[in-house]
Design a protein around this ligand. Structure first.
Ligand code: SF4
Length: 201
């Protein structure tokens, strides 16, 4: 069964674009809308995965989670990270290994979208700023993608963290679809302390 989403209709994306522009003068309203759209997307994906369990995964993460200066080719796998564990990608690698899922990591949007089209993963899990999540929904609407907006950062693009507990919960839904699927979408940020920030300094 093919993944179905309203983002596959260009008119839906255009409609949301107009609504966002109208909301922009009203503070946080635009981000609130984006969070609602991502929750609706996550609910669709969770339902889809009940009958279509994933075995390959593309993680889209902000590039500031990776340790500065590290040359590991995480776009082709996280094996190096398993042995290194000097930044949060080590924890991500261990988590993916514990679920037996092959994970690739992309940082820049255009690379991520290209990888989604060419590698055709069973699932995308992405955490990025609000605007980028909408870009992802529009760019690769055919691929099921679980999304979480990044929590606010003290400095732009510095020391982003990964909510490992949120990621763990998503992987459990993906890899063990027989587990109870919640009637409501997962909260985007669990606000639990198991968030490891990049060690870039
Ligand atoms: S864990 Fe971090 S520092 Fe180590 S190889 Fe992976 S990305 Fe590089």
């Amino acid at each position: 069964m093919k993944f179905q989403s309203p983002w596959q209709q260009n008119s839906f994306g255009q409609f949301i674009l107009v609504i966002r522009r109208l909301m922009r003068p009203f503070g946080n309203l635009e981000n609130f809308l984006i969070e609602k759209l991502t929750l609706a997307q996550n609910q669709r994906v969770i339902q889809y995965l009940k009958n279509n369990p994933a075995s390959s995964l593309l993680l889209i993460l902000p590039r500031c989670v990776k340790k500065t200066g590290c040359r590991a080719d995480v776009q082709n796998g996280l094996e190096e990270c398993l042995h290194c564990n000097q930044c949060v990608l080590g924890d991500v690698a261990l988590l993916c290994e514990s679920y037996g899922i092959d994970a690739l990591v992309a940082f820049r949007s255009h690379i991520a979208f290209e990888m989604a089209r060419t590698r055709n993963p069973d699932l995308i899990i992405a955490t990025a700023c609000h605007d980028r999540l909408i870009k992802a929904l529009r760019a690769v609407p055919d691929c099921p993608a679980l999304l979480a907006p990044l929590p606010p950062m003290p400095l732009v693009c510095r020391n982003a963290g990964v909510d490992l507990q949120w990621l763990d919960k998503q992987l459990s839904l993906v890899c063990r679809p027989e587990d109870t699927v919640p009637a409501e979408p997962m909260p985007i940020h669990s606000n639990l302390p198991k968030v490891r920030a990049a060690k870039n300094s």
